[in-house]
Design a protein around this ligand. Structure first.
Ligand SMILES: Cc1cc2nc3c(=O)[nH]c(=O)nc-3n(C[C@H](O)[C@H](O)[C@H](O)COP(=O)(O)OP(=O)(O)OC[C@H]3O[C@@H](n4cnc5c(N)ncnc54)[C@H](O)[C@@H]3O)c2cc1C
Length: 233
């Protein structure tokens, strides 16, 4: 049993994403065919200005034509349970039925990592779980033995989201109110998206960035003003 570390890789994404979004958006306002608009290779600066404009207007459906696929490892089952709540996405996750966990990796939360006494207790519990798992596996099957595995157990998952859903995901999960592990993942994904398609993702982050205020009330981290304060009330 060993610690596992977060690793995020962009394994595939829509080619010519800017032109795809531009052509789809222009189709809404033009008598020209999107297929021709796409082939015409409009100047990228012009495409960017147009895409910025539609995003500003909240006309976001053209972003749905662009998809990003991430391979993710070194995350806990606690994280993926939250991740898969995002419904406008596709997932393929390592199975605990088909993959035997007789040497499972796990994630140690930073608050436990920095406390030597807690860390030892945590590791001892993981060892006990491993022993129990192996015993049950021997007597039954991996689909039953997995019932004793912890939420800390490491998992691997492939996720595909379109650019519009990614904007929403970042708004929710880059917020300091989000749980630390999924927030870390969200920021890793955001950095990758910014590099590949900055016109869409450069101004993205927690929802307070877009709104200009924090809707979390007494749970606010204080980085953004409350709605009342932002409205001068
Ligand atoms: C800080 C934080 C704390 C949370 N705490 C809890 C908790 O304690 N318990 C809990 O159960 N969950 C919790 N969640 C999960 C949360 O309720 C959502 O399930 C999760 O964030 C997925 O987001 P979503 O539903 O907005 O969007 P997605 O599923 O990603 O969908 C994107 C958007 O599509 C639209 N949409 C999708 N499906 C539907 C639908 N069926 N009907 C109408 N509109 C739809 C919505 O506008 C939605 O915002 C928490 C999330 C966060 C960020």
């Amino acid at each position: 049993m060993t610690h596992a570390k977060l690793n995020v890789e962009l394994i595939e994404y829509t080619q010519n994403p800017l032109s795809v979004i531009y052509s789809a958006a222009r189709q809404c306002y033009s008598s020209e065919f999107a297929g021709e608009i796409f082939k015409n290779k409009t100047d990228p600066d012009k495409q960017e200005r147009f895409v910025e404009k539609i995003i500003g207007l909240g006309h976001l459906s053209p972003l749905e034509h662009v998809k990003f696929t991430f391979a993710i490892e070194g995350v806990s089952r606690a994280l993926t349970h939250q991740l898969v709540r995002h419904r406008i996405a596709s997932y393929s996750q390592q199975s605990q039925r088909y993959v035997k966990e007789n040497n499972f990796k796990y994630i140690v939360p930073p608050s436990i990592e920095k406390d030597e006494k807690l860390k030892k207790e945590f590791k001892d519990i993981m060892s006990k779980i491993q022993k129990a798992y192996n015993k049950i596996l021997e007597a039954t099957s991996s689909q039953d033995a997995r019932f004793v595995l912890p939420q800390a157990a490491e998992t691997k998952i492939v996720v595909t989201m379109n650019a519009r859903e990614l904007l929403h995901f970042f708004e929710e999960r880059c917020c300091t109110r989000a749980q630390w592990e999924i927030r870390k993942l969200a920021y890793e994904m955001l950095l990758i998206c910014k590099k590949e398609l900055s016109v869409v993702f450069s101004m993205t982050g927690p929802k307070c960035l877009k709104r200009g205020y924090c809707p979390e009330g007494k749970f606010s981290c204080g980085l953004a003003p409350s709605k009342e304060k932002a409205l001068g009330k």
